[in-house]
Design a protein around this ligand. Structure first.
Ligand SMILES: Nc1ncnc2c1ncn2[C@@H]1O[C@H](COP(=O)(O)OP(=O)(O)OP(=O)(O)O)[C@@H](O)[C@H]1O
Length: 476
């Protein structure tokens, strides 16, 4: 790119200015940095950069106010807003304020430069759409991990639209939380958000739950009742565990989505609704479609925009912050002082597999708050099943890792047939330990190993092992 490309950087942090300046100049672009928004605006009276990179929080005018001023004069200048990590509010506000992108701090410098490049290309292509920012108080979603930042971006990008979204992620990863955020940051924010979990309702009640029923429509339908679709009119209907929706309901839902109208169970009058659908599943919907368990046409209707929420084990860097957050919340809920995790406890917790994802971690924090005796929490204060599980995993993976290391080294040295070497060593080790546990009694040792006694005797011979008990236990 030529010298005509100019990047302006505004941040009250000197080191950020310096790093960006160096990187921008290295790309062959001109760089001008400012310590505050006011001086940038002054300069903007007479000059115009290609791209502006601004911090969101600054003394005096903040980044979002600055962006408004910039865009009032030059709607076509792309502005990249730097935000603190996991600050969903600013992220969304910056998109709503018309930011080209937001850049969570601390950032990778190549990532920052890539963004600037994209902004330059974009500036060449088109003008930015300007919308006044509307700040919304959002329930906190914690996520510094790159995959969560992607989720935040998606929420920001979708904040002007009513588009159907399909959220994928294991149970407890925060699908409902994200669905709520999508709603809260959408044009429907003042209308209802209604959630319904397909897996939690008896199958034969799903239709009446969704579409309501007329009096006497089925046994037990004593009065007329509106369904969730009606309740969600104008707003958002969140259908959790959509993969569990019965086939007949899928067919009905598809029709509702196509016609924006439906009939209550047992009803004859069509009811018009305007509902945005956000669906979620932990299942592989494509797989269900292939197996004929989910309607393909419905799948395509729902799968317009897909948001994937990673497993907690794939964003371990967020665990310490989540622990803090949930310990604080649990303490407030229970009206007690918040527990403090020792560093090794945090590290231990951050290393666990968390099959129940964020929900399991949240529950663990409640458990700790109630059960741990002191204020400071040691590893031994944790729920016993977490500690036990970890011990098995630790020792379990350790020797396998060592074995892999050994095999790798043997192969690197050009050895062949390594199982011939490894298997006898493995068997000898197991036999040794088993015999130690039974004070040399082979019959019992064989049982510990899961072999018949004759097999053990034969193995000991084949391996040429010398054992204390000799050839026989003397017990037969
Ligand atoms: N990133 C996060 N930050 C803060 N809280 C979170 C986060 N993710 C999940 N939670 C909390 O964890 C719990 C589980 O989240 P949620 O109900 O959204 O998960 P889900 O994926 O919809 O689960 P399921 O599929 O089992 O219904 C909730 O209490 C939610 O508030």
């Amino acid at each position: 790119m030529s010298q005509h490309e100019t990047v302006w950087v505004v941040d009250d942090d000197r080191s950020i200015r310096w790093v960006l300046e160096k990187a921008v100049e290295k790309e062959g672009w001109a760089c001008q940095s400012f310590t505050d928004g006011e001086s940038l605006l002054q300069r903007l009276q007479r000059d115009k950069p290609t791209v502006i990179v601004s911090d969101v929080r600054m003394e005096g005018m903040d980044g979002l106010a600055l962006m408004r001023e910039i865009h009032a004069m030059h709607p076509d200048i792309p502005v990249i807003i730097m935000t603190a990590h996991s600050d969903l509010d600013s992220a969304v506000a910056s998109f709503q304020g018309g930011a080209f992108e937001y850049l969570p701090k601390p950032f990778d410098i190549t990532e920052a430069i890539d963004l600037v490049k994209r902004a330059m290309e974009h500036a060449r292509e088109q003008q930015q759409e300007i919308v006044e920012p509307e700040r919304q108080a959002a329930q906190e979603i914690i996520g510094e991990a790159p995959a969560m930042q992607e989720v935040f971006r998606a929420i920001g990008r979708l904040s002007h639209s009513n588009i159907t979204v399909l959220i994928n992620g294991e149970s407890g990863t925060g699908k409902e939380l994200v669905a709520q955020a999508l709603h809260r940051h959408s044009p429907r924010r003042d209308k209802p958000f209604i959630a319904l979990n397909m897996a939690a309702i008896p199958r034969d009640l799903i239709e009446s739950e969704l579409f309501g029923h007329e009096k006497g429509a089925f046994t037990g339908a004593s009065g007329q009742r509106p369904g969730r679709f009606e309740q969600a009119n104008g707003g958002t209907l969140f259908l959790d565990e959509i993969g569990d929706m019965p086939a007949e309901t899928q067919t009905r839902l598809l029709r509702v989505l196509a016609d924006s109208e439906f009939y209550r169970v047992g009803g004859h009058t069509a009811i018009k609704v305007d509902v945005r659908i956000i669906a979620a599943t932990h299942q592989n919907l494509e797989g269900l479609v292939r197996e004929g368990r989910f309607r393909e046409d419905l799948f395509h209707r729902l799968n317009v925009i897909r948001i994937h929420i990673p497993r907690l084990a794939d964003r371990r860097e967020d665990i310490p912050r989540l622990l803090n957050y949930f310990l604080g919340r649990a303490a407030t809920e229970l009206g007690v002082e918040a527990k403090l995790l020792r560093q090794e406890t945090v590290e231990f917790l951050a290393s666990l597999p968390w099959p129940g994802n964020v929900r399991q971690l949240e529950n663990t924090c409640r458990w700790i708050t109630v059960m741990a005796s002191g204020r400071e929490v040691f590893i031994n204060d944790l729920p016993p099943e977490l500690i036990a599980e970890e011990q098995v995993r630790e020792t379990g993976s350790h020797w396998v890792d060592n074995l892999k290391f050994w095999a790798d080294r043997e192969l690197t040295q050009g050895h062949q047939g390594i199982l011939d070497m490894a298997v006898p060593l493995f068997e000898q080790a197991m036999i040794d330990v088993a015999l130690k546990h039974t004070a040399g009694r082979r019959r019992d040792a064989a049982q510990l190993l899961g072999w018949g006694r004759n097999t053990l005797t034969r193995k000991i011979k084949e391996l040429g092992m010398v054992t204390e008990g000799g050839d026989d236990d003397g017990d037969d």
